[in-house]
Design a protein around this ligand. Structure first.
Ligand SMILES: Nc1ncnc2c1ncn2[C@@H]1O[C@H](COP(=O)(O)OP(=O)(O)OP(=O)(O)O)[C@@H](O)[C@H]1O
Ligand SMILES: [Mg+2]
Length: 500
């Protein structure tokens, strides 16, 4: 059965259709400047396909909440839920096959990213039994998968970018079809854009966006100049679900309308405001306290920061009364506290918050309150310790620095695993078993360990190979260090050399 969604009409007047099944397998990218009609297009697509397939909309502006009234989408106001809550909501929406709109209106960029990532994570992580097809529409996708670091924390960006990468790169098997729209192709992370095989290009002014659009469509850049002349609601379509050749089309009308329509000119009030001066210039209401946003450095700074973190040469807060030796000695003691905590039998599987609390208390008891690392720093120490890396590793070793910088491109919790594998590769040790990887990741799940390896491989950092008898070798991309073949199913005890 093929289901053809009618999107509108071609310039020649024929019906322009979108093959829904094909779309599920090949994803869609919509690009056009502000006002070109992207959100309208998404709405048309959602309305037309609503009877056929489950949907979710990641909606930064609350534009799509009206789908709820007409088509029964559950509107989730992200502002009212925690990340954990949204992750469960994502999982349950899939399990119960309920269409949803995640309304992110009113949140700052940091929280929009974190909460969208949590919700997408829930959709993604659900058990295989629930991998039914689903459209996942992300409007203003550059907010969630920015090409460069913006004014949000590194962690939020990683979470969000990771979720979007998962959606576009690994979603298909799980039944998730990513449909993303952006004003500016140049602002969207390349790996996210590159995974769509269908394109709808609307009016585009800037050369840099036009050039990227032309590259994606396989057109001459000169041909792409035509995108400048498109009208509102007009798009150039290409891709297996749309058309095998570039096809001009005009998007048809929608049944519902955005809550925030384009502002229209309104007659001014008839009578002038009497006390205009007094009312407009009255003393402002007391300031409400807003949580301060963390400003973040640019990508280069972040890489440098990651590099120095990896080398343990981060600048210390100025504390004139403490000498360098003292500081080193205290750090060594902090390390010892951490090792003691990790030596407890179940430490590998306790949640980080609990471990951190215990760590802080013990540091205080030892008189180390002034040098207690903050939670992010603790997380880094923990990952390294779990992966069996001492803080002395590698200072002065250029290749190893390179590894640390690469590791910094992965989500925090995966970095230790990557470093552990890198270490095994560098030393020519056997490839760590699934059990060893799971433990370094703080998990019991061997399946999760294997997924993690696959993920790191998909990021282009490693290549995994199995030999004829099922032993695994991991090679680091570019550095070409390789582990010796190791049995993925080995008990962890056999790999004692990697224990903390
Ligand atoms: N095909 C169309 N037919 C009728 N009206 C349209 C069409 N496309 C867009 N419009 C109208 O044009 C206005 C702008 O469209 P829309 O909000 O979809 O733009 P956009 O590309 O999403 O812009 P932004 O990037 O700023 O969100 C809206 O009022 C919308 O209703
Ligand atoms: Mg829009």
């Amino acid at each position: 059965m093929t289901v053809a969604i009618e999107m509108g009409h071609t310039t020649a007047g024929a019906a322009a259709t979108l093959d829904l099944e094909e779309l599920l397998a090949t994803r869609l990218l919509v690009q056009g400047n502000s006002g070109s009609g992207k959100s309208h297009l998404l709405r048309r697509l959602l309305e037309q396909s609503a009877p056929w397939v489950q949907q979710t909309v990641i909606d930064p502006e609350g534009d799509f909440v009206s789908l709820g009234d007409r088509f029964g989408h559950l509107v989730i106001d992200a502002e009212e839920h925690t990340e954990r809550g949204l992750q469960s909501a994502g999982e349950r929406a899939r399990i119960h096959r309920v269409s949803t709109v995640l309304n992110l209106e009113g949140l700052d960029a940091e929280n929009q990213m974190r909460r969208a990532a949590a919700f997408l994570g829930g959709l993604f992580e659900v058990a295989r039994d629930h991998w039914y097809p689903m459209l996942v529409v992300v409007d203003e996708a550059q907010l969630f998968a920015p090409a460069v670091a913006g004014e949000v924390s590194d962690e939020a960006r990683k979470l969000s970018l990771g979720a979007m990468t998962n959606l576009m790169c690994r979603g298909r098997k799980r039944g998730l079809a990513g449909i993303i729209a952006t004003q500016r192709l140049a602002k969207l992370a390349k790996n996210v854009a590159a995974e769509a095989s269908n394109f709808l290009m609307g009016r585009t002014f800037l050369d840099i966006d036009m050039a990227r659009a032309a590259d994606l469509l396989g057109m001459e850049r000169r041909q792409a100049e035509a995108f400048r002349d498109l009208e509102r609601g007009q798009f150039m379509a290409l891709g297996p679900a749309l058309s095998r050749r570039p096809l001009g089309l005009r998007i048809g009308p929608t049944d519902t309308s955005p809550r925030n329509g384009t502002p229209r000119l309104m007659p001014l009030p008839e009578s002038a405001l009497e006390d205009a001066r007094a009312i407009i210039l009255a003393a402002p209401p007391p300031e409400t306290v807003r949580p301060q946003r963390r400003s973040s450095p640019d990508l280069l700074d972040q890489l440098m920061a990651a590099k120095s973190a990896a080398l343990e040469i981060r600048p210390e807060p100025v504390e004139p009364q403490v000498s360098a030796e003292d500081l080193a000695e205290r750090r060594e003691r902090v390390d010892r506290v951490l090792r003691a905590i990790l030596a407890q039998p179940d430490a590998g599987f306790r949640v980080i918050g609990v471990l951190y609390q215990e760590f802080v208390v013990r540091c205080r008891i030892e008189g180390l309150a002034s040098v207690v690392p903050d939670l992010p720093e603790f997380r880094r120490m923990l990952t390294r310790a779990r992966a069996g890396l001492g803080s002395d590793m590698a200072a002065g070793d250029d290749a190893w620095q390179d590894v640390s910088v690469r590791a910094s491109l992965l989500p925090d919790d995966m970095q230790g695993v990557f470093m552990m594998i890198a270490r095994a590769a560098k030393e020519g040790w056997p490839c760590p078993s699934d059990a060893a990887i799971a433990r370094a990741y703080g998990s019991h799940s061997l399946r999760r360990a294997r997924r993690l390896l696959t993920y790191i491989e998909e990021q282009g950092l490693i290549v995994c190979q199995l030999d004829g008898v099922g032993r695994r070798t991991v090679t680091l991309v570019e550095l070409a260090w390789a582990t010796a073949p190791g049995d993925p199913n080995a008990e962890e005890a056999e790999q004692g050399s990697l224990a903390v």
